[in-house]
Design a binder for this molecule. Structure first.
Ligand SMILES: [Zn+2]
Length: 317
């Protein structure tokens, strides 16, 4: 079982995006469960080698974190260390090199924070007030307008951060507080180097967290990602995770040519000996998943049930 995590809440991010963030206590509960259940928590690369030669011990688990946000260093790593569990971080690097929050996510987070307020300003940001912030869909439409406006004006990442600061001001949210806590920031190259020295495995997730559909820009994403990671450690990263789980058969030969030996998706399931190493399923653990469901997935029962449920549904059609 390859477990997939994203962020651990520094403050309230799990309330904003419950599918992406867990509270620290929930992660601790999961790790406790793995220890109590006698699971073999293995380094991803080691586990994949053992899987290939048919020597994977029973109850094997690899733990992966997507994106490499600062909360991994602050909250997840100390817990993993306490339990003695290895982990892989699929690190996207554009915002790691530039220490400002990820723009689109920050806009979404700020609008969520202001969700109870009617926003009657915003024309200076190219918005059309009054703005209704009461639903996720309406807030997301505003985020898209802000991103489109920035793209249209060709403004850089620092100016985008100023847009986010103005948005926070309009929403009466303390932006300096958010920045000081490094919410929605990625780990910087120095922090990555520090964790790599401690044994955290850093792997590929594209430089700009995107999946270009053409070969050259696609391969450039892998190369830029690798080049950025090479600032922090010397070993070449050879494992990959599809950003947002987006995968297609056309990517497989491109990944192979870039010497990528494994790639994980967000498709649910157990990675068995017959799985394509460039299309490995994972279990995306979320704050809404109960510990019972978590246990079900780990024991493979849920995988078995999901297959049979899908088959039954197919039959019903
Ligand atoms: Zn990601």
């Amino acid at each position: 079982m390859i477990l997939c995590y994203h962020g651990i809440s520094l403050v309230d991010e799990h309330l904003w995006r419950p599918a992406l963030y867990l509270e620290p206590s929930q992660l601790e509960q999961r790790l406790e469960f793995l220890r109590e259940g006698g699971y073999h928590v293995l380094d991803l690369g080691v586990a994949l080698k053992l899987l290939r030669v048919g020597e994977l011990p029973p109850r094997s688990v690899a733990i992966t974190f997507d994106d490499g946000t600062y909360d991994f260093l602050r909250l997840a790593y100390p817990l993993l260390k306490r339990f003695g569990f290895p982990a892989t971080v699929y690190q996207t690097t554009y915002y790691s090199d530039r220490q400002v929050p990820v723009f689109s996510l920050m806009c979404s987070y700020l609008l969520w924070k202001g969700r109870d307020r009617a926003m009657d300003k915003g024309s200076e940001l190219g918005l059309k007030p009054p703005l209704d912030l009461t639903s996720e869909a309406k807030r997301q439409a505003i985020v898209e307008t802000l991103v489109d406006n920035c793209n249209r004006d060709g403004i850089d990442v620092w100016q985008r951060n100023e847009v986010a600061a103005k948005l926070a001001h309009l929403l009466d949210v303390d932006y300096s507080e958010i920045l000081s806590r490094r919410i929605l920031h990625l780990m910087n190259p120095r922090e990555i180097a520090e964790l790599a020295r401690e044994g955290v495995d850093f792997q590929l997730h594209t430089h700009r967290h995107c999946m270009p559909e053409d070969e050259l820009p696609f391969r450039k994403e892998i190369r830029d990602n690798r080049e950025s990671l090479a600032k922090s450690f010397t070993e070449q990263s050879v494992h990959f995770c599809y950003p947002s789980g987006v995968h297609s058969p056309v990517f497989l030969p491109w990944l192979a040519e870039e010497n990528v030996i494994s790639a994980t998706t967000c498709d649910v399931g157990l990675a068995g000996p017959s799985a394509n190493p460039l299309l490995l399923p994972r279990m995306v653990d979320t704050s809404s998943r109960t510990i019972l469901e978590f246990e079900g997935w780990l024991t493979g029962v849920a995988d078995f049930l999901a297959v049979h449920r899908a088959a039954a549904q197919h039959y019903d059609e």
